[in-house]
Write a protein that binds this ligand. Structure first.
Ligand SMILES: Nc1ncnc2c1ncn2[C@@H]1O[C@H](COP(=O)(O)OP(=O)(O)OP(=O)(O)O)[C@@H](O)[C@H]1O
Ligand SMILES: [Mg+2]
Length: 378
């Protein structure tokens, strides 16, 4: 009770700080015509344990926000910083203030990279970083996410109202976006992880043991098959690139003319170049609705097509090391699978534990499908 009162008080304070800052700067950011300063309104759009999202409306257009504020929260006593009880790809998570600063810098560099140069891509305009409060302010983007576009194509639920026409172009662009981002982002001083084949083999062992401990010995072959694949297809040293960090359909806006805007950057690490690509593909295979319905929401043909488009977009006219990519896709899949099991054990999953166990057959099928694709060199 006391905690929720404290949280509510913190939220009010954050909203006040945001309102004050936008009131001060609206003229500078948006020029004239934003209406009287007194008409700045702040509305909470999302509240999670680790972040609060506020929409800011300016005078003359009360219907559409102009600014989005993301307020990162310090871990509280009731949800302390997570000590991973499962294998992870990234050991040592940045602090809340580091995350906030990194996201703001990331948005700034994406804005430089993608504003006005290529009509296929857009960018979120960063407005301000309030260091003391761990708040970033950015311009509101009116567009649906790629996740929402995909959900509109599902076969089982009418909860996702706007029925998009099947369009594959955004998926192709997502791949192309990643290639541009990787080529244009210098590694700088960032720490690297999983830079060698040995590192990847070691992670396959760790995930393999974790999954077979949790799910039973029928799953003991997974780690071994992953390691064999890695040993067979990866070079000693992996080609590396700066990570977007959370390259997934929910972090991509698709605007008019399929203009693609990627947001929510976490460019903390230098990682194997295939990691972000693997994240995008696995996010589709393990989309909540798909896991929940054990694969009924999207047909195999749809998932295959999405993957092909993303990979082709990334490859452009050049070759793509498809076995290496599949190997990494498998590693990311094990990582997300472990995360799902861990969240269910801690009671933090939107899927109940029983439902997750029932979904296990579906996730296992996905692992087998990726292994088959790797074996076939596709
Ligand atoms: N600039 C923006 N304009 C419009 N909507 C936004 C903007 N930034 C974020 N949002 C909305 O808020 C949602 C969450 O934002 P964001 O991805 O930055 O937060 P998050 O805490 O990392 O969420 P997740 O874990 O789902 O990725 C987005 O899916 C989008 O709907
Ligand atoms: Mg996000």
């Amino acid at each position: 009770m006391r905690l929720s009162a404290e949280r509510a008080e913190e939220d009010r304070h954050a909203a006040d700080v945001v309102k004050r800052r936008v009131t001060e700067c609206a003229e500078e950011w948006f020029g004239t015509g934003t209406g009287p300063a007194s008409a700045v309104r702040v509305r909470q759009v999302d509240s999670r344990p680790r972040a609060l999202l506020l929409a800011v409306y300016l005078g003359e257009d009360p219907g559409t926000p102009r600014v989005i504020a993301k307020v990162r929260r310090e871990p509280s006593a009731s949800s302390p910083g997570q000590v991973p009880r499962r294998p992870v790809l990234a050991a040592g998570v940045p602090s809340v203030s580091e995350l906030s600063a990194m996201e703001y810098d990331g948005l700034r560099s994406l804005h430089e990279m993608f504003s006005d140069t290529d009509p296929r891509f857009g960018s979120v305009r960063p407005l301000d970083h309030l260091q003391q409060e761990n708040v970033i302010l950015m311009e509101y983007v009116q567009a649906a996410t790629l996740r929402r576009r995909l959900l509109a194509q599902n076969r089982v639920s009418s909860r996702h109202p706007f029925r998009a026409q099947d369009s594959w172009e955004p998926w192709r662009r997502a791949g192309a976006w990643l290639r541009v981002f990787q080529q244009a982002t210098p590694h700088g001083e960032r720490p690297a992880r999983q830079g060698t084949r040995e590192d990847v083999l070691e992670r396959f062992d760790a995930y393999g043991s974790y999954l077979s401990q949790r799910l039973g010995t029928r799953f003991a072959d997974l780690g071994t098959r992953g390691s064999e694949l890695a040993a067979g297809v990866l070079p000693d040293r992996l080609p590396m690139a700066v990570a977007h960090g959370d390259f997934a359909p929910r972090n991509v806006f698709v605007g008019r003319d399929d203009r693609l805007t990627v947001f929510d950057p976490m460019p903390w690490w230098v990682v194997p170049a295939h990691e972000d690509l693997g994240r995008m593909l696995v996010s589709v295979r393990l989309l909540g609705l798909q896991v929940h319905t054990h694969g009924r929401a999207f047909s195999r043909t749809t998932v295959d097509r999405v993957e092909r488009e993303v990979i082709h977009g990334y490859a452009g006219d050049g070759p793509v090391q498809v076995e290496q990519l599949r190997c990494y896709e498998l590693l990311v899949l094990f990582d997300k699978w472990s995360a799902l099991l861990d969240a269910a054990e801690r009671g933090r999953s939107p899927l109940r534990r029983s439902s997750l166990i029932r979904a296990t057959a579906y996730v296992r099928e996905q692992a087998d499908a990726v292994l088959d694709l790797a074996g076939a060199g596709r």
